[in-house]
Design a protein around this ligand. Structure first.
Ligand code: FMN
Length: 275
């Protein structure tokens, strides 16, 4: 089994220590290889906000060649570990910039049947704001998020008894994740994930001349047909399907009320609202 660890941190700091122990504990349970990719080694530039990846085609991103190196590694792996220290109550700048470059996947997810684990290295009370950007991207892009943890590794010497507790936590989480990795991924989208599917599909129907890449994607998976309930076949209860559909109808109505249809017909690309 091949796992990729994407690290948005300095090399050989505390976050690396956490990931390395997590890897060691995983390897006690399953046969796997973990490749470490430090985002600072990839010259992906800053996302300029051109929107080309979302609207037209990810290949039109000015940084596509370098971003693709990371995405190819992820695609050819069985699972992903995302790790970031907390910087200013969020992920680090390099991690956020990576997430911005791959955000288009939330419109057109492709990483199905891949497990993911998230690691935040930050102090207590901040864990949610560090974990959330990574978790939102992973589930939006199609991964099954099967675990997360935060470890508060302060950059100060810690007492052995405190370190012992942290080692135990990492070990427990690694054992749990390894037992999941042994099984096949069971795709059961949550209501929120179904709603995202319907929301982007609805948006692409409303503005097909702007969301061109999404239209191509939804057409390719026949998603405009009523019988298609999600991006790929998955276990979806009737109730969840019904609720997600209802929300999509409501959203379609609300957005349609806001949009100037005549103006929309003339738009071919990114639209800048003139106030
Ligand atoms: C610019 C910067 C901002 C930081 N902001 C936070 C923060 O908001 N919350 C926090 O818990 N730690 C913060 N830290 C501390 C780091 O998260 C901590 O030192 C961490 O262990 C660094 O990880 P590393 O050793 O893998 O580089 C910050 C550190 C830096 C350099």
């Amino acid at each position: 089994m091949k796992l990729i660890a994407i690290l948005g941190c300095s090399k050989n700091g505390n976050t690396t220590q956490i990931v390395q122990l997590f890897e060691k504990k995983l390897k006690e349970q399953i046969e796997c290889e973990v490749e470490y990719l430090y985002l600072s080694d990839f010259d992906i530039g800053f996302c300029t906000g051109c929107h080309k990846c979302i609207f037209d085609d990810e290949k039109k991103c000015p940084h596509h060649v370098e971003v693709r190196k990371l995405e190819d590694k992820i695609m050819h792996s069985d699972g992903l570990i995302l790790a970031s220290p907390g910087y200013m109550f969020s992920v680090t700048g390099v991690m956020k910039n990576f997430l911005d470059h791959v955000a288009y996947n939330c419109h057109r997810p492709k990483y199905f049947y891949k497990n993911a684990f998230i690691i935040a290295n930050c102090t207590r009370w901040q864990e949610k704001s560090v974990l959330t950007p990574m978790e939102v991207w992973l589930s939006g892009a199609g991964f099954t998020v099967n675990g997360k943890m935060y470890v508060d590794m302060l950059p100060f010497p810690l007492k052995e008894k405190i370190l012992h507790k942290k080692r135990r936590l990492i070990e427990k989480k690694a054992h749990k994740f390894s037992s999941i990795l042994k099984k096949d991924v069971d795709l059961q989208p949550r209501l929120g994930e179904l709603m995202v599917f319907h929301a982007f599909k609805t948006l692409s129907k409303i503005a097909p001349n702007i969301l061109k890449a999404d239209v191509r994607y939804y057409e390719s998976i026949n998603a405009y047909e009523k019988s298609v309930k999600w991006y790929i076949p998955a276990k979806i209860s009737l109730l969840k399907h019904y609720m997600a559909n209802m929300m999509a109808h409501k959203m379609e109505k609300e957005i349609s009320k806001m949009i100037d249809q005549d103006e929309l017909h003339n738009v071919q690309d990114r639209y800048i609202t003139r106030l």
